[in-house]
Design a protein around this ligand. Structure first.
Ligand SMILES: [Fe+2]
Length: 361
């Protein structure tokens, strides 16, 4: 069986960005500022581990991309905002020259957040002026389009990085008070069997719009064995039951890396669960937990972006399967967990329209 494209209702979630290139530029650039808006300057400075980056760095780096690859190349009389930024905010672009090492990004206190915001504002103005002076330039516009997708990728990174940083606060600090996004109705856990089969994987211009990165092609077929998926994210109540069932003391319920992680940190519960034991929370989707705990459904709250949604759905699957381990054969659950880990990245939300209604809507 070759699965057809998702139904129309689900396809709406994948609609490409609309509007002119200038409108998309303004909207996506503003979105980065909106994501940083709930944060203080101190929040924006912090780097919680070598693999993460400070919010301030993300905001500057995506701007550096436009300055370096668009303005420097296409703007007449180009002058850099600050020549030191060329090294400071380069990530991995060898051809551009030296880079500041990633593990030390959080040690750079200058430029200040205020200067980075001025940097963004000036580069945006120059980009829009450039586009106004010559409305169509295919080569330039292709680079701007890549820059916009690059910025959206960093929006995801910004969120995951800052949520990791905030997780170290011994007091509960939410990134934003907008989760759950809809009123939570208690729902019994149900399982939907999916027959699997051959599915198409990779960029589809009709579905995804014309843009793609090279690692999204060529489109090809992948076989998915039958699997089951839960009807809702794991709740605080589910997780409390998992803990009471001795989940943190039972290695058979964990993948090897997860078990090592539990033991290395003497983990016995996500902090969000211990803080939310009351009945008021038991039906709410759980937040602030580690992937290893199959508990990161809070990524779903970041919505709006297809990649985040897909990632969130993978985590939802993991959560649900892990939770089911207390109800059924542990071996089966672990096998399914591995199966979903291997396969979930090729699934589409179109197969789960119910996820579009709750709680992503
Ligand atoms: Fe980047």
């Amino acid at each position: 069986m070759i699965r057809s494209k998702p139904p129309q209702a689900a396809r709406a979630a994948f609609m490409p960005e609309t509007g002119s290139l200038g409108e998309r530029l303004a909207r996506i650039r503003q979105r980065s500022l909106d994501l940083a808006a709930p944060l203080t300057a101190e929040d924006c400075q912090i780097q919680s581990m070598p693999d993460a980056s400070p919010t301030k760095w993300h905001l500057a780096h995506v701007t550096w991309f436009f300055e370096t690859f668009v303005l420097e190349r296409f703007e007449p009389g180009f002058v850099p905002f600050d020549p030191s930024f060329r090294v400071l905010f380069n990530s991995y672009y060898q051809g551009i020259g030296e880079r500041h090492p990633r593990p030390q990004r959080g040690l750079i206190t200058r430029p200040t957040l205020e200067t980075v915001l001025r940097y963004r504002h000036q580069i945006d103005e120059r980009l829009l002026n450039l586009m106004a002076s010559k409305p169509v330039d295919r080569e330039r516009d292709e680079v701007i389009t890549i820059g916009l997708h690059h910025e959206q990728q960093h929006q995801e990174l910004l969120l995951t990085d800052i949520k990791h940083a905030l997780s170290f606060d011994p007091n509960p600090r939410a990134y934003a008070r907008r989760w759950p996004m809809t009123t939570v109705q208690p729902q019994a856990l149900r399982w939907f069997r999916q027959e699997g089969g051959l599915v198409e994987h990779g960029h589809d211009a009709d579905l995804d719009g014309p843009f793609c990165f090279d690692n999204e092609t060529p489109r090809h077929r992948v076989y998915i064995p039958p699997f089951e998926i839960a009807s809702r994210p794991t709740s605080y109540g589910d997780f409390l039951a998992f803990m009471e069932d001795g989940g943190y003391r039972r290695p058979e319920l964990w993948l090897s890396m997860g078990w090592d992680w539990v033991n290395s940190g003497s983990r016995s519960a996500p902090p969000s669960v211990t803080q939310r034991r009351s009945d008021n929370f038991k039906d709410r989707p759980a937040a602030r937990a580690c992937l290893h705990e199959k508990f990161s459904v809070d990524l779903l709250q970041l919505g709006e972006d297809r990649r985040v949604l897909e990632c969130g759905r993978v985590l939802l699957d993991l959560l649900a399967l892990g939770n089911r381990a207390q109800q059924a054969s542990h071996d089966l659950a672990r096998a399914r967990l591995r199966q979903v880990l291997a396969e979930a990245d090729v699934l589409r939300l179109g197969d789960r329209p119910d996820l579009l209604r709750h709680p992503v809507a």
